[in-house]
Write a protein that binds this ligand. Structure first.
Ligand code: 26Q
Length: 816
């Protein structure tokens, strides 16, 4: 907001001579080289800077416009962002794609080979991190003033390699070759305290931390599509104070001790925790969370004070969205800043705090709700624990006043979980400290209010709402699938659909048009050829572009039931050997990472690779069934797989997947979903129509019922001939010895009802195959999926957040 107006140093036209001149100039001044001797890496870096400069100019004008308007602003706090590669996006958003391609061609290079040097910052685990990126994209596209706050991890989510069929993790040093999209902001550093003690100072509590660390922000630019707005994401990096280096130790030859404090400080932003649930109790993780919260809140307050002086205006100018509970420490931190540092009285401060925050919950699994040991909390953040206790006292007093004498209710609603080890419940803290709480799909929001957060929903029903997730049509259709985007723009007579995705409905009347169908299939086939080329290079496996491309791609989790899909593959293998026409030619693609400590699903990855090896080498099923595990699933890989998919596997046990967003990306690209009534699948099916969605399995109430009654998965399993054959083949060593443990999980407790849903799933797969056998029918289903899923645009999601929670207005940024 404090960038000066005025002309930039260089012209910023996008004509070919301008672009080429800037590229040559950047090669010379930034890389110290010339066209003749530049490497492709040099060209990539210079091209990135050339595009970036065009965004910088828009950013300057955005900051000026926001400063002048002093608007209400959305601050999105998230421990994760999966932004994906930036080059192609920024070329598209600045309208310089064609110019850049032409200029590079003149140099004998293709844009594809240069763009391949772009590295994705993998600063997230999965859905929650990618959602944050899609929302920032849509916020900028809607001209809404917004800042995303996060952590600049040196190492992103591990790179996954497969060694002897097993997942092996390698560090993701994403900025190793330099990251041209980042702008370090040394002048906006914040100081963050940890540990220490709390003292009374003339009647006020005062925290004296024992350790301080600097937070240094780095910007990445977040342009809107079809607009001048460029918002920012501010990622904090931990830095030691410059006198943290111990020269005395160093002089005495103790070089490791000399850097000890530097290392300890900078470790805070060293690495993203590679778990997407239940990794609680790690001190460094809690430090990361407080580091993010403390830096961001000070920055938000600093920005507020640029134009405002009265705290009474704070809630008019500020809404802070908590992306799950990872930043929930912001609740006691804001209260602490207001009371201890700015001297507001408790009640005034609490009213501001509560009106400032809104909380998005992304899970239903009780075991995935974050809690921290009180002992650790007290040591790391002694003043915050006092504040949590004070908040809890007032909260439980309110509960007592409204439901007198209900001690059991007070126990359930408390911010503190009692027991042998007392723990702070972060979801309770987030609910109590927010004016709005939302789930991420209709079913999820309903179940949240009926089960996981039912007591709170009874206490404050008005706080609970739903905002169904969405995805960026720019990234997941236009950039990921340029062929389909071109076909759509051709038929719709323009690309207005890119910011108004409901326009895709105009494709529906073409669903049975033979000529359009044929072009639609040709696009899919070309996309499959691209995927086949990549798969061949990465795994050596050949993919037939005419086979049904069946994809199960997402994080590995038992509830997502990769094992159910694998049992289907094994059953198919068995059946195909008896009758080669029992199924259509099919390629099954698995991709996804497992948390390094999640042994059970790492075993499933091993079994997938073992099955793939046998199936792909079996001449009896050659040309009928191919199984591929594509390593290192990330945003870039999703952009390659999604456009090629025919069948989208969304087979989580009903009631477990909060929303899912891969389901939306795949449907948007014309994949037909085979899925359960879980998460956003339900809304997807309602929209695309039951005829264009392959449904199977128990619904959430029935699943709960089965779990309650005397469920005996072992008996059920052996009574189904296909399942029994599959289990016998695995247990008998058909795919390698020693995979019995994988089966024990479903024959014992079968927590995720894999056995209970197997028959229904197999029948649904046969129904899908029958539809595939009729290309006109399948293509119609595919077209209607794309045509009818405009609702799942992140632009609609942002509009819903704006209406239901944020109450923000756009600020137009004038063109130059
Ligand atoms: C928390 C504390 C300690 C260590 C790790 C974590 C942690 C990290 C990441 C917990 C959860 C996550 C990520 C969760 C996630 O990605 N959830 C998904 O969010 C999507 C967007 O709303 C939904 O579509 C998915 O259904 C949901 O699983």
């Amino acid at each position: 907001m404090n960038l000066p107006p005025g002309p930039p140093l260089r012209a910023i036209g996008a004509t070919e001579p301008d672009f080429e001149r800037d590229l040559v100039s950047n090669l010379y001044f930034q890389r110290g080289t010339t066209m003749e001797s530049a490497s492709v890496q040099d060209v990539y870096q210079s091209l990135a800077v050339t595009v970036r400069d065009r965004l910088v100019d828009r950013r300057a004008r955005t900051a000026t416009a926001h400063y002048a308007a002093n608007p209400r602003c959305v601050y999105y706090l998230s421990a994760e962002y999966m932004l994906g590669r930036q080059l192609r996006q920024n070329l598209l958003y600045t309208g310089t794609e064609d110019v850049a391609a032409d200029v590079l061609k003149g140099l004998g290079l293709s844009l594809d080979e240069v763009a391949d040097f772009d590295v994705e910052p993998g600063l997230g685990n999965g859905g929650l991190g990618r959602l944050a990126a899609c929302l920032l994209d849509a916020l900028a596209t809607a001209d809404i003033p917004a800042v995303g706050y996060g952590i600049r991890y040196d190492l992103g989510l591990f790179r996954q390699t497969i060694v002897d069929g097993a997942q092996v993790e390698r560090p993701d040093d994403w900025a190793f070759d330099g990251s041209p999209w980042e702008f370090p902001q040394q002048d906006d550093r914040q100081s963050v305290g940890f540990y220490g003690r709390v003292e009374d100072e003339d009647g006020r509590r005062h925290w004296i931390p024992a350790e301080t660390v600097l937070g240094e922000p780095s910007h990445m630019l977040v342009p809107g599509y079809g607009t001048q707005t460029v918002n920012i994401v501010r990622l904090w990096r931990a830095r030691a104070d410059s006198d943290a280096f111990d020269l005395a130790d160093f002089a005495a030859g103790r070089s490791a001790e000399a850097v000890q404090e530097v290392v300890r400080s900078e470790n805070i932003s060293k690495v993203l925790y590679p778990a997407d649930s239940t990794e609680f109790g790690r001190e460094l993780r809690l430090k990361q969370q407080y580091f993010l919260v403390s830096c961001s809140l000070r920055d938000i307050v600093r920005r507020f004070h640029l134009r405002n002086s009265d705290w009474a205006a704070f809630t008019d100018k500020t809404v802070i969205q908590l992306n799950d509970t990872h930043p929930a420490l912001a609740v006691p931190e804001l209260q602490r800043l207001l009371v201890d540092e700015y001297g507001l009285d408790w009640d005034t401060a609490w009213s501001i705090t509560r009106r400032t925050f809104a909380y998005t919950c992304h899970t239903l699994l009780p075991e995935a709700l974050e809690t921290w040991p009180v002992e650790l909390f007290a040591r790391l953040l002694p003043r915050h624990l006092e504040i949590v206790y004070a908040i809890n006292q007032a909260h439980l007093d309110e509960v007592e006043a409204r439901f007198p004498g209900d001690g059991e209710l007070r126990r359930r609603l408390s911010l503190i979980q009692e027991g042998p080890e007392r723990r702070v419940r972060m979801a309770h803290l987030a609910v109590v400290g927010s004016h709005a709480v939302n789930g991420v799909a209709e079913l999820h929001s309903r179940l949240l209010a009926e089960t996981t957060l039912a007591d709170f929903a009874r206490l404050w029903p008005e706080r609970f709402r739903n905002v169904t997730n969405g995805v960026s049509p720019r990234r997941f259709l236009r950039l990921a699938n340029p062929r389909l985007a071109a076909l759509i723009s051709d038929r719709l007579g323009g690309d207005g659909w890119l910011t108004d995705l409901e326009q895709l409905r105009e494709l529906a009347p073409l669903a049975d048009d033979p000529e359009f169908q044929q072009r639609w299939r040709a696009v899919k086939r070309d996309n499959k050829l691209d995927l086949a080329g990549y798969a061949r290079a990465a795994t050596g496996i050949r993919i037939d572009p005419d086979a049904l491309c069946d994809v199960h791609v997402k994080r590995f989790h038992e509830y997502k039931r990769q094992l159910l899909k694998l049992l289907h593959v094994v059953a198919l293998h068995h059946r195909l050997r008896a009758d080669p026409h029992t199924d259509v030619p099919r390629t099954v693609i698995f991709a996804g990472k497992a948390a390094p400590s999640y042994h059970a699903v790492k075993r499933i990855i091993q079994l997938i690779n073992a099955v793939a090896a046998v199936v792909n080498a079996d001449p009896a099923v050659a040309g009928r069934l191919t199984v591929v595990f594509l390593p290192d699933y990330n945003v870039t890989r999703a952009e390659l797989i999604t456009p090629a998919a025919d069948l989208s596997e969304q087979i989580s046990l009903a009631g477990k997947e909060a929303s899912g967003t891969g389901n939306m990306k795949l449907a948007l690209n014309g994949a037909v979903t085979i899925g359960t009534l879980d998460g956003a699948n339900i809304e997807l099916r309602d929209r695309v129509g039951a005829d264009n969605f392959v449904l199977f399995g128990l619904d959430a109430p029935r699943a709960a019922e089965v779990r309650r009654g005397g469920y005996r998965p072992d008996q059920l399993a052996w009574s189904d001939p296909d399942l029994a054959a599959a289990l016998e083949a695995i247990r008998g060593g058909r795919y390698g010895a020693g995979f019995g443990d994988v089966l024990d999980a479903i024959l014992g407790r079968d927590e995720y009802l894999t056995v209970a849903d197997f028959r229904s799933y197999l029948d649904a797969q046969d129904a899908a195959a029958a539809a595939w056998r009729d290309p006109a029918r399948w293509t119609r289903m595919s077209i209607l999926n794309t045509a009818r899923c405009g609702f799942f645009s992140a632009d609609r999601t942002v509009a819903d957040y704006s209406d239901r929670i944020w109450r923000v207005d756009p600020i137009r940024v004038p063109p130059r």
